[in-house]
Each structure stands twice: as C-alpha cells, then as structure tokens.
Ligand binder design. Structure first.
Ligand code: PYC
Length: 414
C-alpha cells in the first residue's frame, strides 16, 4: 500500500474537503427554517440563496441528508402527465434536470432512456393516448406506440408476458424519460446551498413550531429554540406529524412503497419500462443493477420495513416481462414513506398559517420534481406569493373542490 494512503488511513482529522460544513450549533434566528434535508428542502435552500439572495437559512434534518424519500425512490424523471397542470410542472423540472449536473458542478448521471408505460388492455391504451395528446399539446415529446415499436426498442421483452398476464397491446412512449443518481442530487444541492451561506444541520429534530396570532414565530428543536417567521415543511412521509404542530389539517395518508435492486448485469436495458397493469417499473442503473419497484403497500403505515411478499411478487412480474431474469439475484430491498393525496398531485405553497409553507403530497412522484419544487417554493417563500406553476397545487384546493386528478399518470396503478 502506498505510504501516503497508509498515512491518510490513520489520520484522525481528514483533510479532505467535505461536501458541506457541519455547523456545531444553531443560530438564534434565521430568515427561513426548512424542515427536512431531502432533495426538496435542500433545493429550496439552494434557490433561496441563488435566486433571491436569502442565505440566513437553516435546513434541519433529523437524520442524515437524503435519508428519506430522496434516497429511497427509483430515480425516474419524466413529464408525461395526464393533466395540463401536472405536465407543465414536471416538464419545468425535466428542463432543470437536463442541465443540473452543470448547474451544480456534480455528475448526477442524468441519463435519458425513453420511458414506456405498457398497456395490457384497450382501456389502459386509451389512457396512454389521452396522456400523449395532453403532452403533445404542451410540446412534450410523448406518443402512443404499438407492439412492433416496443419490440424493436426492447428486444428482450416478452410481449405475451408468458401467458401469465394479458399481453402488451401498446404503450405510451416518452423519449425524454430519464434516470439520475438520486443521492447526488441531494449532495449537489446541499453543497450549493452551503457554499452560499445556508446552514445544513443533520441530527436535529423539530419538536414543535411556535405560532402566535396566526403567524409563525419560531421552531423548537431538540437542540434548542430558533426564531424565524418563515418555515418550510419538506418532510414527505412525516408531513402529517409536522402539520399538527401548526394545527393544519390535510387529506394526506401515509403508505409504504417498496423497491429492490438486483445484482449488476452488463448493460442490456436502455429503456425505463413501466407496466401499469402489473404495478411494476424497471430500469437499469449506471452500475448495471436492475432497479424495480411496485405500487404502494395496500395499507396505511409509517414504517420502512421490507417484506418477502413484495420481493416474491416483484420477482414474478419482472419475469413476466423478462423471463430470462429467473436466475438473477436480488441484492437489496427497501421501503420509503409516501404521503398520498386523494388526487395524486402534490400539495405546495402558502397555507392558512402566515409564514408556514408546505411542500408535501409527494406520494410516489417526488424525486422527479426535486429541482422545480425547490425553485418554485423558494420563489413562494421569498415573495409570499405562490409561484404560477404551483398555484393549482395549493392545500386550499381540497376545501374548494378544485382537485388536479393525476391518478392515471402516477407511474403505476394504485
Ligand atoms: O412517478 O415515475 C414515477 C414513479 C416511478 C416509481 C414510482 N413513481
């Protein structure tokens, strides 16, 4: 072993640059406190600094950054949504993602693969056609394709599903569909926010939020109280816990969502394959692993345990689509928490509590929205006015009967 490496291994203080600083204590007061150090919270901090010059910002993360939904999703990025509001919003995210490695000066392994939503019935094909038409109307690259096209692009697929499932009769094809290195997105935003003066505090739990006369005045944490008049909650599966601290109600329910990766294989799958009927999505990561996920666990639960039942069902569906995977080993499986809304759209923006902002309702669709949610929430916090792109997603839509129904495009049937 080279001497320098040996010396490095035995050093007690590592001289290597860290991605971001670790401040040892909280300040007395911040202009903005962001609860949740996932991609969304960190992106909001980054854009508050970059776009609005607001740098007296604390991101409070009870665990380590990216330990929640950011590190637990299957890293799919797409904008082939069913509603105009949704498609426009997610397309703005794709636009930011495309240049994000350069923006953050960090390789995010952003890789456009083409995204197929397979239909196994005429009813499903009709939904895919509907999505394609909405997308085209907004200039988003999506089209309905037939079995020959699918087979040409993905020669390994068994369109008959081995006779175990209804055969694939067509698909929604969305060429910009991409995957990215999800942890790196969190690290990149964290580093960018930190370099501009924002503070990232890991291992700090928020225990309460102080509200006086309908306005936020501070945040209680297990490391002390901090004054602030603006709080963003960006905690996905923990939103129902935080919203109670300010007395807000929302229609969110929390379900686990499970996923797995296989052992690495030589590259063979260049597309992202989703089957809405099998509740299955599969892609191949830059490391060669197949990353696959299912629909929500069918019960409300705040727990991130994995189940054998999921692994068995998932393996079966992977083999329905790609029978030769029968000998491949599953390496890891995990679960994340999904804060589900009744209309399968997020909840974003201002609330009835002055200075309390919500970035929630990310269900199974949060990772792809990371850049634009950060951008739009930063605008909303800085100006006090909801960014145009997120106006349709305000919490008030549930009391005003103005929901944005995205169930047909939320990746897999739920
Ligand atoms: O919305 O693309 C998506 C997705 C993939 C996995 C879960 N949701």
């Amino acid at each position: 072993m080279p001497l320098n490496l040996l010396k490095f291994a035995f050093r007690s203080d590592y001289g290597e640059p860290r991605m971001f600083r670790r401040p040892d204590r909280l300040r007395e007061e911040y202009d903005v406190v962001i609860i949740g150090g996932g991609g969304h919270g960190l992106a909001a901090a980054y854009y508050l600094a970059v776009e609005h010059g607001i740098t007296n910002v604390a991101v409070l993360e009870k665990s380590y950054i990216g330990s929640g939904g950011t590190g637990r999703n299957t890293a799919i990025v797409r904008s082939n949504y069913l509603t105009e509001e949704g498609a426009r919003f997610y397309q703005a995210s794709v636009d930011l993602f495309r240049d994000l490695s350069r923006t953050l000066d960090l390789n995010l392994f952003y890789s456009e693969r083409g995204h197929f939503t397979m239909a196994h019935s005429l009813a499903s094909l009709r939904t895919q056609r509907w999505r394609a038409e909405v997308n085209k109307h907004l200039g988003i690259d999506s089209q309905e394709v037939g079995p020959d096209f699918i087979k040409e692009k993905i020669p390994e697929i068994d369109l008959t599903c081995g006779g175990h499932q209804p055969p694939i009769c067509g698909a929604l094809y969305h060429p910009p569909g991409a995957i990215a290195r999800h942890d790196a997105v969190a690290w990149g935003y964290a580093r960018g926010a930190d370099q501009r003066g924002c503070e990232i505090h890991q291992g700090v739990s928020v225990t309460d939020i102080e509200v006086r006369d309908g306005a936020v005045t501070g945040v209680h944490t297990d490391k002390g109280f901090v004054k602030t008049t603006r709080v963003l909650s960006a905690v996905a599966g923990w939103t129902t816990h935080i919203q109670k601290m300010v007395g807000l109600r929302s229609p969110l329910v929390i379900h686990p969502l499970q996923a797995l990766v296989t052992e690495p294989l030589k590259p063979w799958l260049n597309a992202i394959v989703v089957s809405a009927s099998l509740h299955t999505y599969i892609s191949q990561s830059s490391r060669g692993e197949l990353v696959a996920g299912a629909s929500l666990d069918p019960y409300e639960l705040i727990s991130m345990r994995s189940t054998l039942d999921f692994a068995e069902t998932m393996a079966g569906h992977m083999m329905d689509l790609f029978p030769f995977l029968g000998d491949i080993k599953i390496m890891r499986q995990w679960a994340g928490l999904c804060d589900m809304t009744p209309d399968f759209s997020p909840i974003m923006g201002t609330t009835a509590i002055d200075g309390f902002f919500l970035d929630a309702g990310w269900g199974t669709w949060g990772f792809k929205a990371t850049p634009i949610s950060g951008y739009a929430m930063a605008h909303t916090i800085a100006t006090g006015d909801n960014h145009d792109l997120i106006r349709p997603f305000n919490l008030s839509r549930f009391s005003e009967f103005d929901q944005v129904g995205e169930k047909g495009a939320a990746s897999v049937g739920h």
